[in-house]
Design a binder for this molecule. Structure first.
Ligand code: GLC
Ligand code: GLC
Length: 798
């Protein structure tokens, strides 16, 4: 099996050793509101707050070649032109390495006795990328060469930047100073922001007009100025503005030089936009350049970034005999949870950052991965999400990060959405003990004056399900439940309309969801437990109502949701079964097996064990559990988008990793450690997968791995931004390693095969540091450790 790199766990890095990876292997930078995507060849882009409306660098999706554009450095050394990250010139390098670390990427290239190491990071507290370029003459002779930087500016709105050329090609504006290039397109009108690319050394030449720098018929791989060793001194007027500074450098044998580039973003108050007519106020940019004028300042900022991640990752760690497990838990899974929380589903190499806002359900689930890391931000996120709810409990399916307003293009009507607010809030309170959040006033649809408490929002969420029951007393599905592609009321004949927003035939619909039923039972129980807690002490009559509704749902599932060997998936518009042995295709689905077993519906009657056995029998393959089986081989109009996917991909029998942990948790709750562990290893990338087959980054989970019916089973797609991150975290930390936050302490209840002997967990929980050694004896059971501030050393046999 060909390897393109390896883990360096001590440094918390993945080391890419071959630039031509099967797909760009990327990393993210940023911790607050300025974020960057960077590939292993320095491709990618950055934005402030919103990847659509405040895009700083231009990026071309689906380009040929792949991943064109980024922050490129060119070295012209004699007749050889090369890049430290190999691309875009692709000149063969004598040495190449890319280290993706926590919030930074370091790319090193060496050619003909010249070494260039570029450290990229976004410093904590600043809206900029630092590019520290360290050049070393490793030869025995004196060297004179040129270094160029190159960025291409996006005209801010990433969507119109790709569409409205009749306008765009005339709006571009820049200002140039001896050591910085300012991009100020549209600053003359309503924009109060600009971007800049500055360096701690004066340029020896520059270009800001793409055509002058690259040449009309050249690509990034052959900029005419670099090939000639010159600069055009161009100042962009319209067309395509870039920033391409040049430096003429001489290094004695063995000597080094460091240059610090700052790619920054500035917002000015409207009254302080200009210093003279048409001249932008550069003071904030100057201050940023001053803050990173010396290598020592850069070192300090880099140390602060490391400290930020060290602090976060020290909050939960495991030491076991399985290095892949430790690496996943201690480093990459938590890191991915943070990135997913920051980005939601907006910007990745599979998500354009233009189309989707923050999902109501997605954002709530993402909380489960970060409540233990950044509880304050989780709190704010919960309140933001809840504020997009409607008074009847329904929700906007998505909201925009810039405005925090619900997104009218997608609308609402996804009937699982409300329940996820209970899920997210419960996870947050169990972690923090902050019951006070329940009393926070939160409006509906962001309308001032409509505020009720967050607790009331939860009650309305719960009620939304009981207000929308179908003929079997099971929840009506609406536009879709968790499975966005199960559009049971859509009936679309028109290839030009979206399944998710087209008019749904809800009138007379009998489409019910067993996934929502399981979710309702599980979350309903959690909700009742929350209500009964002395710090909430809700009206017992109301709690009894909640418990009764949960019990009624269990009865309904057992009566009309059980197929004999597994849980049904749904009833369609006409009341026909989906996910039944009586169906021709799509006889069994994963979501209802996961949720109904997590809810332990019919556990005493053996239903959970049977359903889990069926999941193994019909859904499991070496790469994980597929979503449904058999896959749909033809389009069924009354099922919607699910059957529009060819078999083996996405929601049609792909391994949709997000839902595998549901079954794993179901297995753990049933005490079936071998199955839980096997399923976990199947989807977890660090357990040695074939990198060429898997294609996407070997250090993060992906949303989907092609299922056994696909052309290449095991091929990964949609890496990084997926609910898989939070769910695998919840599954491994709480159910496999067995450390479950409760309102008043930690419940230890592991489910790991006995052969792994013992392990040690260090976990920060509120103001306490728990150091827990767990010895697996096979005795089973659980141990409750009450919360008490301070340090606690605990040794448990279980
Ligand atoms: C994507 C969506 C998520 C949905 C899932 C299944 O991951 O972001 O909201 O639940 O697909 O369709
Ligand atoms: C598409 C995708 C699905 C995703 C949805 C989100 O339907 O196939 O996976 O959940 O878009 O809007």
């Amino acid at each position: 099996m060909k390897e393109f790199g390896h883990f360096d766990d001590k440094a918390r890095e993945y080391v890419v050793t071959e630039p031509a990876t099967p797909w760009p292997w990327i990393n993210y930078m940023g911790t607050e509101d300025f974020f960057s995507l960077i590939s292993n060849t320095a491709g990618g882009y950055c934005f402030c707050r919103d990847a659509k409306f405040r895009r700083i660098l231009r990026y071309r999706y689906n380009g040929v070649p792949m991943d064109a554009g980024g922050r490129y450095f060119y070295l012209k050394d004699g007749d050889t032109v090369w890049n430290p990250g190999w691309k875009p010139c692709k000149t063969p390098l004598d040495f190449y390495e890319c280290r993706h670390g926590m919030g930074y990427t370091r790319i090193t290239g060496e050619k003909n006795g010249l070494r260039a190491e570029v450290l990229f990071f976004v410093p904590v507290g600043y809206r900029c990328e630092i590019h520290r370029v360290r050049l070393t003459n490793t030869s025995s002779a004196h060297k004179s060469f040129q270094l160029y930087g190159l960025l291409e500016w996006c005209l801010w709105n990433a969507s119109t930047d790709m569409e409205n050329f009749q306008r765009n090609l005339s709006t571009g504006e820049v200002e140039v100073e001896p050591d910085a290039i300012y991009h100020k397109t549209e600053y003359r009108e309503r924009r109060d922001h600009y971007a800049f690319y500055g360096v701690n050394r004066h340029f020896d030449g520059f270009d800001t007009d793409r055509e002058t720098f690259i040449g009309m018929y050249n690509g990034f791989d052959a900029p005419q100025q670099v090939l000639a060793g010159t600069s055009g001194g161009s100042v962009a007027h319209g067309w395509s503005p870039v920033a391409a500074p040049r430096f003429d450098i001489t290094l004695e044998a063995g000597a080094s030089e460091e240059l610090v580039f700052v790619l920054g973003y500035v917002e000015n108050p409207p009254e302080a936009k200009f210093t003279a007519p048409g001249v932008i106020n550069k003071a904030p940019a100057r201050a940023m350049l001053q803050a990173f004028a010396t290598p020592a300042q850069v070192d300090a900022a880099f140390t602060a970034l490391k400290a930020f991640w060290d602090d976060l990752l020290s909050r939960f760690s495991v030491a076991s005999v399985v290095p892949e497990l430790d690496r996943t838990v201690n480093i990459w899974n938590q890191y991915q949870c943070m990135i997913t929380f920051f980005m939601s589903r907006s910007a990745s190499y599979f998500e354009s950052g233009i189309g989707r806002g923050m999902g109501f359900r997605d954002s709530n689930q993402d909380l489960a991965g970060i409540v233990h890391l950044i509880p304050d931000r989780a709190r704010q996120r919960i309140l933001d999400i809840a504020a997009t709810q409607f008074p009847d409990g329904g929700c906007y399916h998505q909201y925009q990060p810039l405005t925090k307003r619900g997104n009218n293009d997608i609308g609402g009507g996804f009937n699982d959405d409300p329940l996820w607010l209970i899920f997210g809030t419960v996870a947050y309170i169990k972690e923090t003990g902050d019951f006070g959040i329940l009393q926070e006033p939160v409006p509906f649809d962001n309308k001032p004056g409509t505020e009720v408490s967050l607790l009331d929002h939860l009650k309305i969420s719960f009620k939304h399900v009981t207000d929308n029951l179908g003929p079997h007393g099971l929840p009506l599905i609406g536009r879709a439940d968790w499975n966005d592609c199960l559009n049971l009321n859509c009936f679309s004949d028109n290839p030009d309309e979206s399944f998710q927003t087209t008019e749904n035939k809800t009138e007379g619909s009998q489409a019910e969801s067993l996934m929502i039923a399981g979710l309702f039972v599980a979350e309903g129980r959690d909700f009742a437990q929350l209500l009964e807690h002395p710090r909430v002490a809700a009206d017992p009559a109301y709690v009894a109502e909640v418990r009764a509704a949960v019990a009624a749902m269990e009865t309904a599932v057992k009566k009309d949701g059980w197929d004999g060997e597994w849980f049904l998936r749904a009833y369609d518009f006409y009341g026909n079964k989906i996910g039944s042995h009586t169906c021709e295709e799509g006889k069994i689905f994963i979501e209802s097996q996961g949720w109904c077993t997590m809810a332990r519906i019919g556990a005493e009657e053996g239903l959970c064990d049977k359903a889990l056995d069926s999941a193994v029998k019909y859904l499991e393959c070496e790469h994980g559990l597929v979503l449904n089986a058999p896959a749909y081989t033809r389009y069924l109009k009354e099922y919607g988008e699910i059957s529009s996917y060819p078999q083996g991909y996405k929601e049609n029998a792909g391994i949709f990793c997000h839902n595998n942990p549901w079954v794993i948790i179901g297995e753990a709750m049933a005490g079936r450690a071998e199955n839980a562990w096997r399923h976990y290893c199947q989807i977890t990338p660090s357990f040695g997968k074939d990198q060429s087959l898997r294609k996407v980054e070997p250090y993060v989970f992906c949303q989907m791995v092609a299922g056994r019916d696909a052309a290449r089973p095991g091929e990964g797609k949609n890496s990084w931004l997926t609910g898989t991150a939070a769910w695998t975290w919840k599954c491994v930390s709480e159910f496999i390693l067995g450390v479950k936050p409760q309102y008043d302490g930690l419940l230890i209840e592991p489910c790991l095969p006995l052969r792994y002997g013992q392990y040690r967990i260090q976990r920060r929980f509120r103001d306490a540091d728990y150091d827990i050694t767990i010895r697996l004896t096979g005795a089973g059971g659980s141990r409750f450790i009450p919360y008490r501030p301070g340090r606690q050393v605990i040794d448990i046999e279980i």
